[in-house]
Design a protein around this ligand. Structure first.
Ligand code: SAH
Ligand code: SF4
Ligand code: F3S
Length: 478
Protein backbone atom coordinates (compact mmCIF):
# COMPACT_ATOMS: atom_id res chain seq x y z
CA UNK A 1 0.00 0.00 0.00
CA UNK A 2 1.26 3.47 -0.83
CA UNK A 3 2.28 5.45 2.23
CA UNK A 4 1.10 9.02 2.67
CA UNK A 5 3.38 11.73 3.99
CA UNK A 6 2.41 12.96 7.43
CA UNK A 7 1.69 16.52 8.52
CA UNK A 8 3.14 16.76 12.02
CA UNK A 9 0.42 18.06 14.39
CA UNK A 10 1.11 21.38 16.11
CA UNK A 11 0.69 19.70 19.54
CA UNK A 12 3.64 17.42 18.76
CA UNK A 13 5.73 20.44 17.74
CA UNK A 14 4.70 22.28 20.89
CA UNK A 15 5.96 19.31 22.89
CA UNK A 16 9.31 19.65 21.12
CA UNK A 17 9.33 23.38 21.99
CA UNK A 18 8.73 22.44 25.64
CA UNK A 19 11.69 20.04 25.48
CA UNK A 20 13.84 22.94 24.23
CA UNK A 21 12.90 24.81 27.43
CA UNK A 22 13.82 21.73 29.48
CA UNK A 23 17.27 21.60 27.86
CA UNK A 24 17.72 25.33 28.46
CA UNK A 25 16.85 24.86 32.14
CA UNK A 26 19.32 21.96 32.40
CA UNK A 27 22.15 24.18 31.14
CA UNK A 28 21.03 27.07 33.35
CA UNK A 29 21.28 24.74 36.34
CA UNK A 30 24.83 23.92 35.29
CA UNK A 31 25.52 27.66 35.30
CA UNK A 32 26.84 28.12 31.78
CA UNK A 33 25.81 28.74 28.18
CA UNK A 34 26.46 25.69 25.98
CA UNK A 35 27.94 25.98 22.48
CA UNK A 36 26.95 24.05 19.37
CA UNK A 37 28.56 23.59 15.99
CA UNK A 38 26.55 22.56 12.92
CA UNK A 39 28.44 21.38 9.83
CA UNK A 40 26.53 21.10 6.55
CA UNK A 41 27.28 19.04 3.44
CA UNK A 42 25.23 18.91 0.25
CA UNK A 43 22.63 21.11 -1.33
CA UNK A 44 20.52 24.12 -0.37
CA UNK A 45 17.88 21.80 1.04
CA UNK A 46 20.43 20.67 3.62
CA UNK A 47 21.46 24.29 4.26
CA UNK A 48 17.82 25.08 4.94
CA UNK A 49 17.54 22.05 7.27
CA UNK A 50 20.67 23.15 9.14
CA UNK A 51 19.11 26.56 9.74
CA UNK A 52 16.27 24.70 11.48
CA UNK A 53 18.70 22.60 13.50
CA UNK A 54 20.46 25.80 14.61
CA UNK A 55 17.04 27.28 15.40
CA UNK A 56 16.19 24.34 17.67
CA UNK A 57 19.63 24.54 19.31
CA UNK A 58 19.24 28.25 19.99
CA UNK A 59 15.77 27.64 21.41
CA UNK A 60 17.45 25.11 23.72
CA UNK A 61 19.87 27.74 25.02
CA UNK A 62 22.88 26.97 22.81
CA UNK A 63 25.14 29.59 21.27
CA UNK A 64 26.19 28.75 17.72
CA UNK A 65 29.96 28.28 17.44
CA UNK A 66 32.04 28.35 14.27
CA UNK A 67 34.29 25.44 15.19
CA UNK A 68 33.77 21.95 16.58
CA UNK A 69 36.65 22.38 19.07
CA UNK A 70 35.18 22.54 22.53
CA UNK A 71 31.57 22.59 21.34
CA UNK A 72 29.06 20.92 23.69
CA UNK A 73 27.07 19.65 20.74
CA UNK A 74 28.19 18.88 17.21
CA UNK A 75 25.67 18.17 14.46
CA UNK A 76 26.88 16.97 11.06
CA UNK A 77 24.21 17.29 8.39
CA UNK A 78 25.27 14.86 5.67
CA UNK A 79 24.78 14.41 1.92
CA UNK A 80 24.53 11.09 0.06
CA UNK A 81 24.44 12.29 -3.53
CA UNK A 82 27.88 10.97 -4.50
CA UNK A 83 30.37 8.60 -2.90
CA UNK A 84 32.88 11.42 -2.46
CA UNK A 85 30.44 13.35 -0.23
CA UNK A 86 30.02 10.28 1.98
CA UNK A 87 33.75 9.58 2.17
CA UNK A 88 34.38 13.11 3.43
CA UNK A 89 31.75 12.67 6.14
CA UNK A 90 33.23 9.36 7.33
CA UNK A 91 36.68 10.99 7.45
CA UNK A 92 35.50 13.98 9.45
CA UNK A 93 33.36 11.91 11.82
CA UNK A 94 36.32 9.60 12.44
CA UNK A 95 38.48 12.61 13.32
CA UNK A 96 35.93 13.73 15.94
CA UNK A 97 37.18 10.88 18.18
CA UNK A 98 40.11 13.16 19.04
CA UNK A 99 37.95 16.25 19.51
CA UNK A 100 35.70 14.31 21.86
CA UNK A 101 38.67 12.88 23.77
CA UNK A 102 39.60 16.46 24.65
CA UNK A 103 36.01 17.25 25.64
CA UNK A 104 34.34 13.99 26.80
CA UNK A 105 30.98 15.63 27.56
CA UNK A 106 30.61 16.61 23.92
CA UNK A 107 27.51 15.15 22.19
CA UNK A 108 27.83 14.26 18.52
CA UNK A 109 24.84 13.91 16.19
CA UNK A 110 24.73 12.85 12.56
CA UNK A 111 21.72 13.64 10.41
CA UNK A 112 20.73 14.34 6.82
CA UNK A 113 20.49 12.26 3.68
CA UNK A 114 23.22 9.70 4.43
CA UNK A 115 21.38 8.69 7.58
CA UNK A 116 18.35 7.67 5.52
CA UNK A 117 20.33 4.64 4.31
CA UNK A 118 20.12 1.70 6.74
CA UNK A 119 23.61 0.48 5.79
CA UNK A 120 25.04 3.84 6.83
CA UNK A 121 23.23 4.10 10.17
CA UNK A 122 24.30 0.49 10.91
CA UNK A 123 27.92 1.36 10.16
CA UNK A 124 27.72 4.37 12.49
CA UNK A 125 26.09 2.21 15.19
CA UNK A 126 28.80 -0.41 15.05
CA UNK A 127 31.97 1.41 14.03
CA UNK A 128 31.60 4.95 15.39
CA UNK A 129 30.70 4.56 19.08
CA UNK A 130 31.63 8.18 19.81
CA UNK A 131 28.54 9.28 17.85
CA UNK A 132 25.68 9.84 20.31
CA UNK A 133 22.73 10.34 18.01
CA UNK A 134 21.63 9.67 14.45
CA UNK A 135 18.47 10.89 12.73
CA UNK A 136 17.29 10.86 9.13
CA UNK A 137 15.61 13.85 7.43
CA UNK A 138 12.14 12.52 8.36
CA UNK A 139 12.96 12.91 12.05
CA UNK A 140 14.55 16.35 11.98
CA UNK A 141 11.63 17.97 13.79
CA UNK A 142 12.25 15.57 16.73
CA UNK A 143 15.81 16.79 17.30
CA UNK A 144 15.06 18.48 20.69
CA UNK A 145 13.62 15.23 22.09
CA UNK A 146 16.61 13.25 20.76
CA UNK A 147 19.09 15.72 22.24
CA UNK A 148 17.28 15.62 25.57
CA UNK A 149 17.37 11.82 25.49
CA UNK A 150 21.14 11.82 25.08
CA UNK A 151 21.72 14.58 27.66
CA UNK A 152 19.49 13.05 30.31
CA UNK A 153 20.37 9.36 29.95
CA UNK A 154 23.79 9.37 28.29
CA UNK A 155 22.47 6.65 25.97
CA UNK A 156 22.79 6.73 22.17
CA UNK A 157 19.66 7.43 20.10
CA UNK A 158 18.84 6.33 16.56
CA UNK A 159 15.79 7.81 14.80
CA UNK A 160 16.12 6.38 11.33
CA UNK A 161 12.86 4.53 10.67
CA UNK A 162 11.86 4.94 7.04
CA UNK A 163 8.74 6.89 6.20
CA UNK A 164 7.11 8.59 3.24
CA UNK A 165 8.15 11.86 4.88
CA UNK A 166 6.56 14.61 6.87
CA UNK A 167 5.84 18.32 6.89
CA UNK A 168 6.55 20.22 10.09
CA UNK A 169 5.64 23.92 10.15
CA UNK A 170 6.88 26.55 12.61
CA UNK A 171 10.13 24.87 13.63
CA UNK A 172 12.41 27.64 14.95
CA UNK A 173 14.93 28.76 12.36
CA UNK A 174 18.24 30.52 12.77
CA UNK A 175 19.35 31.86 9.39
CA UNK A 176 23.02 32.28 8.58
CA UNK A 177 22.59 35.12 6.08
CA UNK A 178 20.73 38.36 6.74
CA UNK A 179 20.10 39.21 3.07
CA UNK A 180 19.32 35.96 1.32
CA UNK A 181 16.95 33.27 2.53
CA UNK A 182 15.99 29.76 1.48
CA UNK A 183 12.32 28.88 1.67
CA UNK A 184 11.40 25.24 1.05
CA UNK A 185 8.10 24.99 -0.79
CA UNK A 186 8.12 21.21 -0.95
CA UNK A 187 10.10 18.24 0.24
CA UNK A 188 11.03 14.87 -1.25
CA UNK A 189 11.02 13.59 -4.79
CA UNK A 190 8.93 11.11 -6.78
CA UNK A 191 11.04 10.95 -9.90
CA UNK A 192 13.43 8.12 -9.18
CA UNK A 193 16.00 9.10 -11.79
CA UNK A 194 17.88 5.83 -12.06
CA UNK A 195 21.18 7.19 -10.68
CA UNK A 196 19.77 9.22 -7.78
CA UNK A 197 19.54 8.46 -4.06
CA UNK A 198 17.37 11.46 -3.12
CA UNK A 199 13.90 9.84 -3.38
CA UNK A 200 15.09 7.00 -1.12
CA UNK A 201 16.39 9.27 1.61
CA UNK A 202 13.99 12.21 1.45
CA UNK A 203 10.72 10.43 0.87
CA UNK A 204 7.79 11.31 -1.38
CA UNK A 205 6.91 14.74 -2.75
CA UNK A 206 4.92 16.81 -0.33
CA UNK A 207 4.04 20.48 -0.68
CA UNK A 208 3.71 23.11 2.00
CA UNK A 209 0.45 24.97 1.92
CA UNK A 210 0.64 28.20 -0.12
CA UNK A 211 -0.40 30.33 2.87
CA UNK A 212 2.47 28.93 4.96
CA UNK A 213 4.99 29.70 2.20
CA UNK A 214 3.58 33.21 1.74
CA UNK A 215 3.62 33.89 5.47
CA UNK A 216 7.29 32.88 5.71
CA UNK A 217 8.20 35.03 2.68
CA UNK A 218 6.27 38.03 4.03
CA UNK A 219 8.09 37.76 7.37
CA UNK A 220 11.45 37.56 5.61
CA UNK A 221 10.76 40.64 3.50
CA UNK A 222 9.57 42.53 6.58
CA UNK A 223 12.80 41.53 8.32
CA UNK A 224 14.79 43.13 5.48
CA UNK A 225 15.70 40.08 3.38
CA UNK A 226 16.45 41.07 -0.22
CA UNK A 227 16.51 37.71 -1.92
CA UNK A 228 14.35 34.64 -1.48
CA UNK A 229 15.04 31.30 -3.15
CA UNK A 230 12.11 28.91 -3.25
CA UNK A 231 13.41 25.38 -2.86
CA UNK A 232 12.32 21.91 -3.88
CA UNK A 233 13.90 18.91 -5.63
CA UNK A 234 11.44 19.48 -8.46
CA UNK A 235 9.46 22.65 -7.85
CA UNK A 236 7.39 21.96 -10.97
CA UNK A 237 5.52 19.27 -9.06
CA UNK A 238 4.52 21.78 -6.39
CA UNK A 239 0.90 21.55 -5.32
CA UNK A 240 0.00 18.30 -7.10
CA UNK A 241 -0.49 16.58 -3.74
CA UNK A 242 -2.50 19.46 -2.23
CA UNK A 243 -5.34 19.46 -4.74
CA UNK A 244 -5.89 23.21 -4.29
CA UNK A 245 -5.45 24.10 -7.95
CA UNK A 246 -2.30 26.10 -7.09
CA UNK A 247 0.79 25.12 -9.09
CA UNK A 248 4.34 26.41 -8.73
CA UNK A 249 3.85 29.23 -11.25
CA UNK A 250 0.80 30.41 -9.27
CA UNK A 251 2.71 30.24 -6.01
CA UNK A 252 5.66 32.15 -7.40
CA UNK A 253 3.34 34.81 -8.83
CA UNK A 254 1.78 35.24 -5.38
CA UNK A 255 5.18 35.65 -3.72
CA UNK A 256 6.35 38.03 -6.47
CA UNK A 257 3.38 40.28 -5.74
CA UNK A 258 4.29 40.77 -2.09
CA UNK A 259 5.21 44.40 -1.41
CA UNK A 260 8.84 45.33 -0.66
CA UNK A 261 12.20 45.49 -2.37
CA UNK A 262 13.38 41.95 -2.97
CA UNK A 263 14.06 39.45 -5.72
CA UNK A 264 12.90 35.91 -6.11
CA UNK A 265 14.68 32.78 -7.36
CA UNK A 266 13.82 29.10 -7.34
CA UNK A 267 15.45 25.71 -7.75
CA UNK A 268 15.32 23.04 -9.01
CA UNK A 269 13.15 22.46 -12.00
CA UNK A 270 12.75 19.13 -13.79
CA UNK A 271 12.49 19.58 -17.58
CA UNK A 272 9.82 16.88 -17.92
CA UNK A 273 7.25 19.20 -16.38
CA UNK A 274 8.67 22.69 -16.79
CA UNK A 275 5.67 24.45 -18.33
CA UNK A 276 5.38 27.41 -20.68
CA UNK A 277 3.24 28.91 -17.93
CA UNK A 278 6.28 28.86 -15.65
CA UNK A 279 8.41 30.69 -18.22
CA UNK A 280 5.57 33.18 -18.83
CA UNK A 281 5.33 33.83 -15.08
CA UNK A 282 9.08 34.46 -14.82
CA UNK A 283 8.82 36.88 -17.73
CA UNK A 284 5.81 38.71 -16.26
CA UNK A 285 7.06 39.65 -12.80
CA UNK A 286 9.97 42.08 -12.38
CA UNK A 287 10.84 40.62 -8.97
CA UNK A 288 11.42 37.12 -10.39
CA UNK A 289 15.03 36.77 -11.54
CA UNK A 290 15.38 35.95 -15.20
CA UNK A 291 17.36 32.86 -14.34
CA UNK A 292 16.54 29.21 -14.81
CA UNK A 293 18.45 26.22 -13.48
CA UNK A 294 17.23 23.44 -15.75
CA UNK A 295 19.28 20.24 -15.34
CA UNK A 296 19.55 18.24 -18.57
CA UNK A 297 21.94 15.51 -17.29
CA UNK A 298 22.75 14.16 -20.78
CA UNK A 299 22.51 15.30 -24.40
CA UNK A 300 21.77 11.80 -25.66
CA UNK A 301 18.26 10.36 -25.84
CA UNK A 302 19.21 6.75 -25.12
CA UNK A 303 21.09 7.82 -22.00
CA UNK A 304 18.21 10.07 -20.90
CA UNK A 305 15.87 7.10 -21.17
CA UNK A 306 18.23 4.91 -19.14
CA UNK A 307 18.35 7.72 -16.57
CA UNK A 308 14.54 7.60 -16.37
CA UNK A 309 14.30 11.32 -17.07
CA UNK A 310 11.09 11.27 -19.17
CA UNK A 311 12.11 13.89 -21.75
CA UNK A 312 14.30 13.89 -24.82
CA UNK A 313 16.77 16.44 -26.10
CA UNK A 314 14.27 17.87 -28.63
CA UNK A 315 11.77 18.58 -25.84
CA UNK A 316 14.50 20.05 -23.70
CA UNK A 317 15.76 22.34 -26.45
CA UNK A 318 12.19 23.45 -27.24
CA UNK A 319 11.87 24.64 -23.62
CA UNK A 320 15.16 26.50 -23.77
CA UNK A 321 14.19 28.12 -27.05
CA UNK A 322 10.80 29.16 -25.71
CA UNK A 323 12.35 30.67 -22.58
CA UNK A 324 14.89 32.60 -24.63
CA UNK A 325 12.27 33.74 -27.15
CA UNK A 326 10.29 35.53 -24.44
CA UNK A 327 13.31 36.50 -22.29
CA UNK A 328 16.40 37.08 -24.43
CA UNK A 329 18.35 37.99 -21.27
CA UNK A 330 17.48 34.66 -19.55
CA UNK A 331 20.46 33.18 -17.68
CA UNK A 332 20.52 29.41 -18.01
CA UNK A 333 22.42 26.98 -15.82
CA UNK A 334 22.30 23.20 -15.63
CA UNK A 335 23.58 19.94 -14.15
CA UNK A 336 25.19 17.20 -16.21
CA UNK A 337 26.44 13.71 -15.44
CA UNK A 338 29.45 12.33 -17.29
CA UNK A 339 30.01 8.59 -17.61
CA UNK A 340 26.55 7.22 -16.83
CA UNK A 341 26.81 3.38 -17.01
CA UNK A 342 27.01 2.27 -20.62
CA UNK A 343 27.47 5.79 -22.02
CA UNK A 344 29.68 5.64 -25.11
CA UNK A 345 32.10 8.29 -26.26
CA UNK A 346 29.75 9.19 -29.14
CA UNK A 347 26.87 9.59 -26.66
CA UNK A 348 29.08 11.78 -24.51
CA UNK A 349 29.84 13.90 -27.57
CA UNK A 350 26.07 14.53 -27.87
CA UNK A 351 26.28 16.13 -24.43
CA UNK A 352 29.13 18.36 -25.61
CA UNK A 353 27.07 19.32 -28.68
CA UNK A 354 24.10 20.21 -26.50
CA UNK A 355 26.26 22.44 -24.32
CA UNK A 356 27.61 24.21 -27.37
CA UNK A 357 24.11 24.65 -28.76
CA UNK A 358 22.55 26.00 -25.54
CA UNK A 359 25.46 28.17 -24.37
CA UNK A 360 24.86 27.85 -20.63
CA UNK A 361 26.03 30.63 -18.38
CA UNK A 362 27.31 28.02 -15.94
CA UNK A 363 27.24 24.26 -15.60
CA UNK A 364 27.54 21.90 -12.64
CA UNK A 365 29.33 18.80 -13.91
CA UNK A 366 29.53 15.47 -12.12
CA UNK A 367 31.13 12.13 -12.86
CA UNK A 368 28.62 9.33 -12.31
CA UNK A 369 28.88 7.85 -8.85
CA UNK A 370 27.06 4.55 -8.19
CA UNK A 371 24.66 4.86 -5.25
CA UNK A 372 23.81 1.55 -3.56
CA UNK A 373 20.15 0.65 -4.00
CA UNK A 374 19.59 2.70 -7.17
CA UNK A 375 18.98 0.94 -10.52
CA UNK A 376 22.01 2.58 -12.16
CA UNK A 377 24.34 1.09 -9.55
CA UNK A 378 23.49 -2.37 -10.95
CA UNK A 379 24.04 -1.45 -14.61
CA UNK A 380 27.13 -2.52 -16.57
CA UNK A 381 29.70 0.23 -16.43
CA UNK A 382 32.56 -0.71 -18.75
CA UNK A 383 34.19 2.71 -19.15
CA UNK A 384 37.10 3.26 -16.77
CA UNK A 385 37.22 6.06 -14.24
CA UNK A 386 40.30 7.45 -16.03
CA UNK A 387 38.45 7.67 -19.34
CA UNK A 388 35.48 9.35 -17.68
CA UNK A 389 37.88 11.87 -16.20
CA UNK A 390 39.19 12.66 -19.68
CA UNK A 391 35.59 13.25 -20.89
CA UNK A 392 34.85 15.33 -17.83
CA UNK A 393 37.91 17.54 -18.38
CA UNK A 394 36.94 18.01 -22.01
CA UNK A 395 33.42 19.07 -21.02
CA UNK A 396 34.77 21.48 -18.45
CA UNK A 397 37.13 23.06 -20.98
CA UNK A 398 34.25 23.58 -23.44
CA UNK A 399 32.05 25.09 -20.74
CA UNK A 400 34.79 27.27 -19.26
CA UNK A 401 35.47 28.74 -22.70
CA UNK A 402 31.73 29.44 -23.10
CA UNK A 403 31.42 31.00 -19.62
CA UNK A 404 34.44 33.23 -20.33
CA UNK A 405 32.94 34.25 -23.68
CA UNK A 406 29.53 35.01 -22.15
CA UNK A 407 31.15 36.96 -19.31
CA UNK A 408 33.23 39.01 -21.75
CA UNK A 409 29.96 39.99 -23.44
CA UNK A 410 28.94 41.83 -20.26
CA UNK A 411 31.81 44.32 -20.51
CA UNK A 412 30.44 47.81 -21.07
CA UNK A 413 26.94 46.85 -19.90
CA UNK A 414 25.25 48.17 -16.77
CA UNK A 415 23.48 45.55 -14.65
CA UNK A 416 21.49 45.65 -11.44
CA UNK A 417 23.24 43.75 -8.63
CA UNK A 418 22.65 43.02 -4.98
CA UNK A 419 25.77 43.78 -2.90
CA UNK A 420 26.00 40.75 -0.62
CA UNK A 421 29.45 40.59 0.98
CA UNK A 422 33.19 41.12 0.79
CA UNK A 423 35.13 39.68 -2.13
CA UNK A 424 38.59 39.43 -0.58
CA UNK A 425 40.01 41.30 -3.59
CA UNK A 426 41.52 44.60 -2.45
CA UNK A 427 40.90 46.35 -5.78
CA UNK A 428 37.28 45.17 -5.99
CA UNK A 429 36.41 44.71 -2.30
CA UNK A 430 32.67 44.07 -2.58
CA UNK A 431 30.96 40.97 -3.86
CA UNK A 432 27.58 41.21 -5.54
CA UNK A 433 25.26 39.13 -7.71
CA UNK A 434 23.35 39.93 -10.87
CA UNK A 435 19.79 38.78 -11.42
CA UNK A 436 21.26 35.77 -13.19
CA UNK A 437 23.34 35.05 -10.06
CA UNK A 438 26.62 35.98 -11.83
CA UNK A 439 29.29 37.02 -9.34
CA UNK A 440 30.37 40.67 -9.77
CA UNK A 441 33.35 41.95 -7.80
CA UNK A 442 32.77 45.64 -7.25
CA UNK A 443 34.70 48.78 -6.40
CA UNK A 444 32.95 50.59 -3.57
CA UNK A 445 32.65 50.82 0.18
CA UNK A 446 30.82 48.95 2.92
CA UNK A 447 27.91 51.41 2.92
CA UNK A 448 26.63 49.65 -0.21
CA UNK A 449 26.27 46.32 1.62
CA UNK A 450 22.76 44.92 1.33
CA UNK A 451 21.74 47.37 -1.40
CA UNK A 452 20.67 46.95 -4.98
CA UNK A 453 22.92 49.08 -7.19
CA UNK A 454 23.56 49.61 -10.90
CA UNK A 455 27.00 48.24 -11.76
CA UNK A 456 28.94 49.06 -14.90
CA UNK A 457 30.90 45.98 -15.94
CA UNK A 458 34.51 46.75 -16.75
CA UNK A 459 36.20 43.34 -16.76
CA UNK A 460 35.60 39.58 -16.64
CA UNK A 461 37.09 36.10 -16.48
CA UNK A 462 35.63 32.57 -16.52
CA UNK A 463 34.22 32.80 -13.01
CA UNK A 464 33.42 36.44 -12.32
CA UNK A 465 32.64 39.89 -13.61
CA UNK A 466 34.32 43.09 -12.36
CA UNK A 467 32.65 46.46 -12.15
CA UNK A 468 32.01 49.87 -10.67
CA UNK A 469 28.89 51.31 -9.15
CA UNK A 470 27.23 53.59 -11.64
CA UNK A 471 24.21 54.76 -9.75
CA UNK A 472 22.48 53.63 -6.56
CA UNK A 473 18.78 53.11 -6.32
CA UNK A 474 18.07 52.86 -2.59
CA UNK A 475 14.35 53.57 -2.98
CA UNK A 476 13.62 51.43 -6.01
CA UNK A 477 10.51 49.36 -5.40
CA UNK A 478 11.09 46.74 -8.09
N1 SAH B 1 16.52 17.49 -7.85
C1 SAH B 1 17.55 18.07 -8.61
C2 SAH B 1 18.91 17.49 -8.41
C3 SAH B 1 19.41 17.22 -7.09
S1 SAH B 1 20.93 16.40 -7.09
C4 SAH B 1 17.19 17.88 -10.05
O1 SAH B 1 16.60 16.90 -10.42
O2 SAH B 1 17.62 18.70 -10.80
C5 SAH B 1 21.99 17.53 -7.96
C6 SAH B 1 22.67 16.92 -9.13
O3 SAH B 1 23.55 15.89 -8.72
C7 SAH B 1 21.79 16.23 -10.15
O4 SAH B 1 21.16 17.12 -11.01
C8 SAH B 1 22.76 15.35 -10.88
O5 SAH B 1 23.37 16.03 -11.94
C9 SAH B 1 23.80 15.04 -9.81
N2 SAH B 1 23.71 13.65 -9.36
C10 SAH B 1 22.69 13.04 -8.74
N3 SAH B 1 22.98 11.76 -8.49
C11 SAH B 1 24.23 11.53 -8.98
C12 SAH B 1 25.07 10.39 -9.05
N4 SAH B 1 24.69 9.22 -8.58
N5 SAH B 1 26.28 10.54 -9.62
C13 SAH B 1 26.68 11.73 -10.12
N6 SAH B 1 25.92 12.84 -10.08
C14 SAH B 1 24.70 12.74 -9.53
FE1 SF4 C 1 17.20 12.99 -7.98
FE2 SF4 C 1 15.85 13.04 -10.23
FE3 SF4 C 1 14.62 13.61 -7.95
FE4 SF4 C 1 16.38 15.32 -8.94
S1 SF4 C 1 14.44 14.75 -9.89
S2 SF4 C 1 16.23 14.64 -6.83
S3 SF4 C 1 17.88 13.98 -9.90
S4 SF4 C 1 15.46 11.64 -8.53
FE1 F3S D 1 22.75 15.70 -0.93
FE2 F3S D 1 20.44 15.22 0.15
FE3 F3S D 1 20.81 17.45 -1.15
S1 F3S D 1 21.67 13.75 -0.90
S2 F3S D 1 22.31 16.91 -2.68
S3 F3S D 1 21.85 16.87 0.69
S4 F3S D 1 18.92 16.29 -1.03
Amino acid sequence: MERKPVVIPQEALEKEAAVCEQIKALWASRGRTPRAFVDTYGCQQNEADSERIRGMLRASGYEIADTEEGADCIVINTCAIREHAETRVYGNVGALVHTKARHPEQKIFLCGCMMGQPAVSDRIRHSYPHVDGVFSTHHLWRFPELLWGVLSTGKRVFAVEDSAGSIAENIPVSRTNTLKAWVSVMYGCNNFCSYCIVPYVRGRERSRRPEDVLKECRELIDAGYKEITLLGQNVNSYGKDLGLGVDFADLMAQVAQLPGEFRLRFMTSHPKDASKKLFDTIASYPKICKQFHLPFQSGNDRVLKAMNRHYDTAQYLALVDYGRSIMPELVLTSDVIVGFPGETEEEFEDTVRLIERVRYDALFTFIFSPRPGTPAAKMDDPVSREEKQVWFDRLLAVQNAKSAEIHAGYIGRTVRVLVDGRSGDENYPLSSRTEGNRLVRLKGDESLMGRFVQAKITGSNTWALYGEVEETKPHCSC
